[in-house]
Design a protein around this ligand. Structure first.
Ligand code: LP5
Ligand code: MN
Length: 241
């Protein structure tokens, strides 16, 4: 019998959230080693401004990932809107394999697409405009020329602005656009899409297709488990006392 595949997203880890770090430590040492592969579908970090970022928390996260990949468990990473600047150096240091924006795969015989999910939220025009800008290679190159502490300051300013802007947006705008979802299913010719970003953990059935939305991590961790003989299910766990 083959081992399960795990999917997680939107952990938003940072030095400022020791509880999330503790959940990640628990997940990576007690749960993830049971998997055949782990897919991290973006926003592992609260934000990422370059692979030269360093802190005690980052060192531990890297070490936990390395520990998993050296056990032979494949670990894949798809960029989120907070950590799209995570690069090759991080991947080399941890053994994590970077995925493109959309990654199509066979998951126990099912054609499956994985992505972060932000590109499906096409009603959020302000965000899509912002995304287009910060994904420009020349701007990123320029950004990397800045000293680390300025990059962190800028990221914090953008986070503040994003939080303020979100208060003015209605929830509908920040969800996926139904037409974009339909087009994505058709374009990639898949039976299921697994993504995060909207933080609205759910399995949506669309005719004969499925869209699985991963939950973000708060009090509990959230993992979507797919096994050969099952359709897939969510596991939500708090830290053991
Ligand atoms: O992340 P979340 O859930 O809060 O909101 C997202 C969208 N916001 C973002 C921004 C990220 O939170 C922060 C990313 C930091 C990355 C590191 C710095 C990289 C700099 C790179 C330079 C090359 O993604 C939010 C969506 C929401 O998801 C739901 O989908 O609505 O989108 C926004 O809020 C976008 C705003 O509407 C526009 C943001 C304008 C920022 C302007 C910056 C001004 C700063 C000036 C500093 C001098
Ligand atoms: Mn996100």
């Amino acid at each position: 019998m083959s081992k399960p595949t795990y999917f997680i997203a939107d952990l938003h880890l940072s030095e400022q959230s020791p509880h999330l770090l503790a959940l990640f430590r628990y997940f990576m040492t007690d749960i993830a080693p049971q998997a055949q592969a782990l897919y991290i579908l973006g926003d592992l970090f609260d934000f990422w401004v370059g692979d030269d970022e360093d802190s005690e928390a980052i060192r531990e996260i890297k070490q936990l990932l390395t520990q998993l990949t050296t056990q032979g468990i494949a670990c894949y990473f798809c960029h989120g809107n907070r950590d799209f600047l995570l690069g090759k150096k991080f991947a080399e240091q941890t053994g994590v394999q970077l995925l493109p924006e959309y990654h199509k795969m066979e998951l126990y015989g099912k054609a499956t697409l994985v992505c972060h999910g932000d590109t499906l939220c096409t009603d959020d025009l302000a965000y899509q405009k912002f995304r287009q800008r910060v994904h420009q290679p020349w701007l990123q190159k320029l950004f990397f020329c800045l000293p680390l502490k300025y990059r962190i300051k800028l990221a914090q300013r953008i986070r503040q602005q994003s939080q303020a802007d979100k208060k003015e947006k209605n929830a509908q705008i920040m969800d996926v656009n139904a037409d974009t979802v339909r087009q994505t299913f058709a374009h990639f010719n898949v039976e299921q899409i697994i993504h995060g970003h909207t933080h609205r953990q759910a399995i949506h059935f669309l005719e004969d297709k499925k869209r699985i939305v991963l939950g973000d991590w708060r009090e509990e961790l959230s993992v979507f488990v797919v096994e050969e003989q099952y359709q897939g299910y969510f596991v939500n766990l708090a830290l053991p006392q």
